[in-house]
Design a protein around this ligand. Structure first.
Ligand code: SAM
Length: 243
């Protein structure tokens, strides 16, 4: 497998690339790569460039671009996940697996029953969460890095999501509409998916979502953990849109 790295576009001056800092150290020290080895570099434009390394030092790696192509792993569907904040590593798991599945934007959402309620505490995790997203995007062959929004309230999230073609709001007490029933006409559009925190959405929040044109849907008769629901719903959406 050819190692892939998202790098700053300033590191790319065709036909050469020059990488410094942590990524250079990873190439040299962790991966023990040498001149002649090949890597793929991405600048988050959707283009990916195959590079042959010409110089590999601890803080500086140089290479020569030998081919470039448009990445073909980005989904046509733009899915934003408004995920109720979760305790511990559960949110990180959603970031990693959601990136692999194709999610384009993650928005930590503070709900009435959120255990993690302090936006400042969430802000302190952003750098680590960005790193998790980048590593998952490199590992899964994504052509663009999913974005990570600052924490917001559910009300703010619903307002922000009005630009989406469909707002999907899974609620375990929804009885008359399934996710499948709402996934009929999914052209290459922008979808918003709302998943509650460990305690779920309150009835008031469900009403607010309804008032904001969200489709309240069931994910089936079993109660899924929040992190399971986020990935099960995302996988179903991508399957339906790409099948
Ligand atoms: N009230 C749940 C309980 O009693 O454990 C907690 C909610 S669940 C852990 C977290 C979120 O996952 C919910 O807010 C909802 O968005 C989603 N979810 C889980 N199971 C679901 C289902 N069967 N149908 C729709 N949404 C579901």
């Amino acid at each position: 497998m050819t190692h892939r790295f998202f790098i700053n576009p300033n590191c790319i001056t065709p036909p050469t690339i020059h990488i410094i800092g942590d990524t250079a150290r990873q190439i040299k020290t962790v991966l023990r790569m040498q001149p002649g080895d090949r890597i793929i570099v991405l600048d988050n434009s959707g283009l990916e460039r195959q590079v042959e390394l010409t110089q590999v030092d601890k803080n500086s790696v140089q290479g020569h671009i030998i081919a470039e192509q448009v990445n073909t792993a980005e989904p046509a569907l733009h899915l934003t996940l408004y995920q109720g904040t979760l305790k511990g590593s559960k949110f990180e798991w959603v970031l990693q697996k959601g990136t692999e599945l194709g999610i384009s934007c993650f928005a930590p959402t503070i709900c009435q029953r959120s255990i993690v309620r302090d936006a400042g505490a969430v802000a302190k995790k952003m750098a680590r969460w960005q790193q998790i997203i980048q590593e998952a995007a490199e590992q899964s062959g994504r052509g663009k890095l999913p974005t990570l929004s600052p924490a917001c309230s559910l009300r703010e999230a619903l307002t922000h999501a009005q630009s989406a073609k469909h707002l999907l709001f899974p609620w375990e007490e929804a009885t008359n509409t399934t996710l499948k029933q709402t996934l009929s006409n999914l052209d290459g559009s922008h979808l918003a998916l709302f998943i509650g925190p460990e305690g779920g959405f309150s009835a008031e929040e469900v009403q607010l979502a309804r008032a904001q044109n969200a489709k309240i849907v069931s994910l089936g008769p079993r109660i899924l953990r929040a992190e399971t629901a986020a990935l099960a719903a995302s996988a179903a959406i991508f399957y339906e849109s790409e099948a």
